[in-house]
Design a protein around this ligand. Structure first.
Ligand code: FAD
Length: 411
């Protein structure tokens, strides 16, 4: 049986960041990836904070070469109202830009760069079963020809994303408290877009905060356009090859005819009920990273940044563990990741309750407040000197209440 130091399950952003970091520390690392790359994946708008993780794992340069669309901010719209955030105007000192990427290309670039560093990246190898113990971990996987193999290692990092390999095998998933929602999306030709529109993600809120549309422009002139809503509405939009989704995108008033004549690059795809939690993020011989842990909601484009953040941190902890150091996985890993998730949970809650919109679309918004919120939107959710991070669970409802009272008094 083949034996290595670490097996990483999945070659998405979490897995490649973790594997690349560990390879740099001198470990023998193997990735087992179910799909053949390039493969489609949703999650196309990055946050500036993830640039730090790509840089530290040695993957930034490979992504830079792809010349993806630069992203410098985020624009939110509600009918005629508009609020634009610029990552140069932030509370936290960090990256002021990032990219918007077709994930097929982004993930392939990450996987190829990881392989070039000496990681054994195996595509079309699906992990079927796993046995963990204090001494050794054994994974069984199936290759493209249907043959099964076993591989032994000292430690496993599960970065299997929506596949949730270990949460499934070890019964670690727990339901999310969020309303079950879904999304329907495609890539569209975008001839009408202005240069300014290229550098931003555009988010249009509608249906009384229940639904929203994203427009994520790419460097090849096409744009990803998706609708997020409750599960039933998405299922209705997806009927008959997504006919209702297509006409909604063409006719939605707030898009001002931007996609009226656009060609859809592929049949609309949909994904339902993606919000899920986890009972624990670690166990004997393994740790979970990226979407294998908890996924909340796509509204603030936090998924890839959490994948790279937790991929990197899980690799650092694994390194220390393999060196024989005592790692407190609960306080040094799970609690850290969970803190960041909890900040975004407050903002997702604030989005669907309407508090976030009340604040950003207020008649006036204080610059300091805007810069502090901007740092959350840039992914800097571990900066506790930011009041919008530190008091994340109370600050949105409190501020929204004050704004409502103030605006009522002004009428
Ligand atoms: P993944 O990218 O899912 O990679 C996991 C890999 O594991 C896959 O390649 C898979 O094939 C492999 N795998 C699965 N099972 C097995 C197995 N049994 N054996 C071997 N390999 C396996 N995030 C953003 O940052 N920005 C966005 O704009 C954004 N938009 C989103 C929109 C929607 C509608 C949704 C639902 C999510 C969105 N996300 C977004 C979130 C994003 O999709 C994920 O958070 C991100 O892809 C997680 O990365 P990962 O590396 O954890 O997992």
């Amino acid at each position: 049986m083949q034996t290595v130091d670490v097996v990483v399950i999945g070659a998405g952003p979490a897995g490649t960041v973790a594997a690349s970091y560990l390879k740099k520390q001198g470990y023998n690392v193997t990735i087992l990836e179910k799909e053949k790359f390039p493969r489609f994946q949703i999650g196309e708008s990055l946050l500036p904070c993830c640039m730090e993780h790509l840089s530290e794992s040695g993957l930034l340069e490979a992504v830079e070469k792809q010349q993806f669309q630069k992203k410098t901010g985020a624009a939110f719209m509600l009918g005629e109202k508009r609020c634009e955030f610029f990552f140069t105007e932030q509370f936290t000192k960090g990256w002021t830009w990032t990219w918007q990427v077709k994930r097929a290309d982004f993930d392939s670039a990450l996987a190829e760069a990881t392989r070039e560093k000496g990681v054994d990246v195996n595509f079309e190898c699906e992990v079927l079963s796993v046995t963990c113990s204090a001494e050794k971990q054994v994974l069984e996987y199936r290759d493209i020809d249907g043959n099964t193999h076993k591989i032994e290692c000292r430690f496993i990092i599960d970065s299997s994303g929506y596949g949730r390999v270990l949460p499934r095998l070890f019964d670690l998933s727990k339901p999310s408290a969020f309303t079950p929602r879904g999304a329907i999306f495609s890539h569209l030709e975008d001839k009408n877009r202005s240069e300014k529109a290229s550098n931003n993600i555009f988010v249009h809120s509608f249906d009384n905060n229940k639904s929203w549309i994203w427009a994520i422009p790419f460097s090849d002139g096409s744009t990803s356009v998706g609708i997020v809503s409750d599960k039933e509405k998405v299922m209705e939009l997806a009927e008959n090859g997504g006919e209702k989704y297509k006409s909604f995108i063409r006719d939605f008033e707030d898009l001002n005819g931007r996609f009226k004549e656009s060609e859809f690059k592929f049949e609309p795809r949909n994904i339902l009920g993606y919000s899920v939690g986890v009972k624990t993020m670690f166990g004997e011989g393994f740790v979970l990273s990226g979407n294998s842990t908890e996924f909340l909601d796509p509204i603030f484009s936090s998924g890839v940044t959490f994948a790279t953040a937790s991929g990197l941190l899980s690799a650092k902890m694994t390194d220390r563990h393999l060196r024989g150091e005592k790692v407190d996985w609960k306080t040094e890993y799970e609690d850290v990741v969970q803190k960041g998730i909890n900040v975004f949970r407050s903002y997702v809650t604030g989005w669907y309750s309407g508090d976030f919109q009340t604040i950003i679309f207020a008649k006036t918004i204080d610059d300091d407040i805007k810069y502090q919120i901007c740092s959350v939107l840039a992914g800097y959710v571990w900066d506790h000197s930011n009041p919008f991070v530190k008091k994340h669970d109370t600050i949105l409802p409190t501020l929204a209440k004050v704004i409502k009272m103030r605006e009522k008094a002004q009428i």
